[in-house]
Design a protein around this ligand. Structure first.
Ligand code: 13P
Length: 253
């Protein structure tokens, strides 16, 4: 049985000092128990320092983004090799903030996922619908398209290096999380699509995380659902107490 995966996406927050202090505290907490596999995703400039804090501990390091070229004239971008050097074993790909604010397309998300796999980095691929799409009854259609396009060219054996995070856009940073039923039905859909596409995943071993206003108050119920294999946490991962409470709540999985 795989441990639930709890990922803290710090987004564009924290100074170097704040980041290393928080990482130290999380490392201490996570090393004392095994409720979940914990991963931290600081911003690019914090990766090195946080990577040093986490080195040799059970807590993993993720980049929030990268660019899918090995090297060259790509001003402002960071390669898979560069993030790996800081200790990253994970990378978040296609977060809705990258799609909406920085124009990332399904095609680019796919290229990044394939590049991460090639570099032996686990891609945490984010998908999710807007409030308008949900209201219009298009949630399943949108998720299916995002998942199918993200996984073009991903072979059965590559699925070990893929995690999918369902993050409804209307739930991100709003305090309005998806209900367990809403998350469950989308997670089931994602699992079905991946099983159809990659028959090697028939055993359903793919990890599917839920993200969007996850807090100590709602995480227990969400994580209890067998289809929800962990959480991608934004705001609540920036405070030691709330993040540790969320990690602890994975205990009853
Ligand atoms: P919040 O937990 O702040 O809603 O953010 C979710 C998220 O976008 C994680 O990637």
């Amino acid at each position: 049985m795989k441990l639930p995966l709890i990922v803290g996406n710090w987004k564009m927050n924290l100074s170097a000092k704040e980041a290393t202090e928080l990482a130290c505290k999380i490392r201490e907490f996570a090393n004392k128990n095994s409720y979940a596999k914990v991963v931290l995703a600081p911003s690019f400039t914090l990766l090195q320092g946080v990577g040093q804090v986490l080195a040799g501990s059970g807590v993993g390091l993720a980049s929030q983004n990268f660019f899918c070229q090995e090297k060259g004239a790509y001003t402002g971008e960071v390669s898979a090799g560069m993030i790996k050097e800081t200790g990253c074993e994970y990378v978040i790909v296609g977060h809705s903030e990258r799609r909406q604010l920085f124009g990332e397309t399904d095609e680019l998300v796919n290229k990044k996922a394939l590049c991460a796999i090639q570099n032996n980095i686990t891609a945490i691929i984010c998908v999710g619908e807007t409030a308008e799409q949900r209201t219009a009854g298009k949630t399943f259609e949108v998720i299916e398209q995002q998942v199918r396009k993200a996984l073009v060219g991903v072979e059965n054996q590559d699925l070990e290096k893929i995690v999918i995070a369902y993050e409804p856009i209307w739930a991100i940073g709003t305090g309005e999380n998806a209900t367990v039923d809403q998350a469950n039905e989308v997670h089931c859909l994602i699992r079905k699509i991946v099983a159809e596409k990659n028959s090697g995943n028939k055993n359903g071993s793919l990890s599917i995380l839920y993200g969007g206003s996850v807090t100590p108050d709602n995480c227990k119920e969400l994580l209890r659902d067998p289809e929800i294999n962990g959480a991608l946490v934004g705001g609540a991962s920036l405070k030691i107490n709330s993040f540790c409470d969320i990690i602890r709540s994975a205990d009853n999985k």
